[in-house]
Every structure is written in structure tokens, then in C-alpha cells.
Design a protein. Structure first.
Length: 431
């Protein structure tokens, strides 16, 4: 299980440079999408290097409820699933409301059974996150949707059919809706076209998974062409390294004036957009083997201007980066390009003494802040990462009420930081 129970608080005494080795977990987001894609398979699927985080525990129970033999192995690192032949037309209402990928799971069930009921998506609520593009994909594939108080029901009176659908939003391509479209198209006989698809790593991993199981997916200037199949093979798949965790740890080490050797992730898995921004701050990134990255800074950090988006800085790296940039020698601006805004970390960082503000999608970070310990909380995963980084920098001991979001996103962040030299303890809160 993750090393931070949901009801825990973190006590962090800052001021120590972080140095050493840190093993990166399998990607949270890739694992969630790959397991959803595995629901299409007509034979058992083994997902190796699945992170042991709360969302995977929820998935385990969700899929058992929906009619799969689903379980993590004894080492809590391999997720296996196999259809039982008695698949429910439903995503569990309470469990489904705990994870963000509920519409993707619903698409897989719809593709398998022709009918599904699912609750509103859960996950981090740092801004409004509508699921209308997922619903548009289902309608394009022939589904009739009905909203009700507890969620949405989709039925296919005449069956699913090949479709053309545009998954773009005003903020760019929707990663989740692209995967929803891939799953539906994979099970529809005929050729479907996904216009303006996302090309994020999680989408590429899903495309590769489907391709290895007999679903033909081609890319051209029109978009993604999918030739569906009524039989999808099982097999094994490996989850790549978690670039969001890697970004968190790199920012933590750099903010404290340290350096880190990351194991379990290749340099290219960080993505060009992330490495470009980190390099401009003065962090040197280099491959130290096929699945290792060295990250170190030679001097004071530089302020940067960065925009989040596909091919740019990943949105999930924005809050940890902002925390790190409070220690830069010049001012910074981070503009959120994926969501209308992402600023749940602003008020908590301000309580540490950071000079940081937001206006709509734009976050401004003034340089040279002397952070001081505080007692604070934040409810989303990357906002929690930001305050952990601030606490590692701050003078004094901070008390962070971030057990649940840390547990949702990181399998061993606290023990990993302790191994790097952080003065950090986990305190379980009693009811």
C-alpha cells in the first residue's frame, strides 16, 4: 500500500538539500487508461508496474463489481484482469465518483455490452472539468444518453457504428475523450476517424496496446483512423515511468539546492516540453542509462515563462514548478493552457511566505522568497506536491494535511524523500 494513509498529516522540517537516488513509480495516468483499454480484451490481461495508489485500489473494486476478476498481486505491482462472462452494465456509483477516468471506463463497458450507467467523474476538482467531449464521442458512435440525478445512462438501440468525431476543446485536444473514442472505435466493426486527437503519452500507450492486440490504428493529417474488431487479444503490458512524479522530485531537489538520480524512467519519458522548461531554469538533465535520469542544478535557479499544454509544459508539472520557482533569482510566469485555471496551490504557498498570485490562467511567481514553516492543507494531488516542496525549503517544521491527495498520486513519495535526506515524518490521525 502507499506509504501515506489517507488520514495522515506530514510533519516536514525544511532546509536540507535533497540528494541521492529515487525510484519512480509506474505512471498513474497511463496505468488507469491501459486498464480501461484492457476491459475490451476477450482474454486475460496483465498490467505490469502498476502503481500501488488509491486510484488503483478503487479500480480493483470497481472492476470486480462490474464483472471482472481483477486484482493486484501480492507484491502490489502487477494488475491482472479477466472478464467473468457476467459483465454488469454499470460503473459502481460510489466508487466511480472517486476517480477521474470514470467516463473512459464507461466507454469500455458501453463497447462491451451496448449499455452503461455511470456516475459523475470524481478526481481532482481544481477547476470545472466537464466531460461533454466523452459524451459527444458516445453519441457519435450511436449511443443515446440520458442524464439523471446520480449520473448518466447510455444505450445503443441500433448498436454501435463506425463514427467520425472531433475531440478538440477550446483548450486543445482532450486526452480522456481521445481514449474514450479509441476504446469505442476498437470494438466497432468498420473504420472510425478521431479528429484533432491528443498525442499525449497516455494516448500513445493506449494506441500501442490496442495495436498489439489486433486493432489497426493509423495516423495521418485527418487524425487517428481506427479499424475495429469484434475480438481483442489479451496479453501483457508494461506501464511507463510516471513523469508527473519525476517532475515533483526534480523540483523538490532543485528547490532545496540538491540533486537526484531518478531510476525507472527514461529521459524521453519526461517529454520534451517538461525537459525544455526545466533546462531553462538551470537544471541539467541527462540520461544515466536506459531507465535513469540525472537531475542537478549548477547554481541559482532562473525564473522562466512557461505555458502548459500538449507538447509544452505538462499541466500537472505546473504546481510543483511554481513551488520551486519561489527560490529562483528572477520572476516567473506560468500560464495554464489546458484548463481555465489551476491555482489551488496559490493560497497554501502564500502561507509559507511565497510571493505568488494568480489571475485567471496566469500565475506569477516573484523571486527570492524566504519561506517559513506553516500549517496548511490542499485537496488535489499536484497542489499537495507543491506544498510538500515548499515545506522542504521552509525554515521550521510545517504540518501538512495532505494525506489523501498524496496517497492518490504517489506510492512512496514520503519514504523516497526521506531516503534523499528529507526530515519528514508521517503522523496518522485518529478519528
Amino acid at each position: 500500500m502507499p506509504d501515506v494513509p489517507a488520514e495522515a498529516v506530514l510533519n516536514v522540517s525544511g532546509g536540507r538539500p535533497l540528494r541521492g537516488r529515487y525510484r519512480v513509480q509506474g505512471s498513474k495516468n497511463a496505468a488507469l487508461h491501459l486498464i480501461a483499454a484492457a476491459l475490451l480484451a476477450d482474454a486475460p490481461v496483465t498490467v505490469r508496474r502498476a502503481p500501488d495508489i488509491v486510484d488503483l485500489v478503487v479500480y480493483e473494486r470497481l472492476l470486480q463489481y462490474s464483472g471482472w476478476h481483477a486484482a493486484m498481486d501480492a507484491n502490489r505491482s502487477t494488475f491482472t484482469l479477466e472478464p467473468t462472462g457476467q459483465i454488469r452494465h454499470e460503473v459502481h456509483s460510489a466508487l466511480g465518483g472517486l476517480v477521474r477516468t470514470t467516463p473512459v471506463l464507461a466507454a469500455a463497458l458501453l463497447a462491451r455490452t451496448g449499455r452503461v450507467t455511470w456516475p459523475r467523474a470524481g478526481g481532482d476538482a481544481f477547476c470545472p472539468r466537464p466531460t461533454d467531449r466523452h459524451e459527444a464521442v458516445m453519441r457519435a458512435a450511436g449511443a443515446v444518453l440520458e442524464s439523471h440525478g446520480s449520473g448518466i445512462t447510455a444505450t445503443c438501440p441500433t448498436g454501435l457504428w463506425p463514427f467520425r468525431v472531433d475531440v478538440a476543446t477550446r483548450f486543445g485536444a482532450s486526452r480522456g475523450a481521445t481514449v474514450t473514442a479509441l476504446l469505442l472505435a476498437a470494438r466497432v466493426r468498420g473504420n472510425s476517424l478521431i479528429i484533432n486527437p491528443s498525442h499525449e503519452p497516455e494516448v500513445r500507450e493506449t494506441v500501442a496496446f490496442l495495436g498489439q492486440r489486433g486493432v489497426i490504428v493509423d495516423q495521418d493529417e485527418e487524425g487517428l483512423h481506427v479499424a475495429g474488431s469484434d475480438w481483442i487479444a489479451g496479453g501483457e503490458v508494461d506501464v511507463p515511468g510516471d513523469r508527473d512524479e519525476a517532475a515533483t522530485v526534480i523540483c523538490a531537489a532543485a528547490a532545496t539546492g540538491g540533486e537526484v538520480h531518478l531510476e525507472g524512467i527514461a529521459l524521453h519519458e519526461l517529454t520534451e516540453g517538461l525537459t525544455e522548461v526545466l533546462t531553462r531554469t538551470g537544471i541539467s538533465l541527462s540520461a544515466a542509462g536506459a531507465q535513469c535520469v540525472e537531475a542537478k542544478s549548477a547554481g541559482p535557479l532562473n525564473g522562466v515563462e512557461a505555458v502548459t499544454g500538449e507538447g509544452l509544459l505538462p499541466s500537472n508539472a505546473g504546481p510543483p514548478l511554481a513551488a520551486m520557482l519561489t527560490q529562483a533569482r528572477s520572476d516567473s510566469v506560468i500560464t495554464e493552457g489546458v484548463y481555465p485555471s489551476r491555482d489551488t496551490h496559490i493560497a497554501p504557498l502564500s502561507r509559507f511566505g511565497a510571493h505568488i498570485s494568480s489571475a485567471g490562467p496566469v500565475i506569477r511567481v516573484r523571486s527570492g522568497a524566504k519561506l517559513r514553516a506553516t500549517d496548511t492543507e490542499v485537496g488535489d494531488i499536484r497542489g499537495a506536491a507543491a506544498v510538500v516542496i515548499a515545506a522542504l525549503v521552509a525554515q521550521g517544521t510545517s504540518v501538512l494535511h495532505v494525506g489523501h491527495p498524496v496517497w492518490r498520486g504517489y506510492q512512496h513519495l514520503t519514504s523516497g524523500l526521506q531516503a534523499l535526506g528529507a526530515d519528514l515524518t508521517v503522523e496518522r490521525q485518529e478519528d
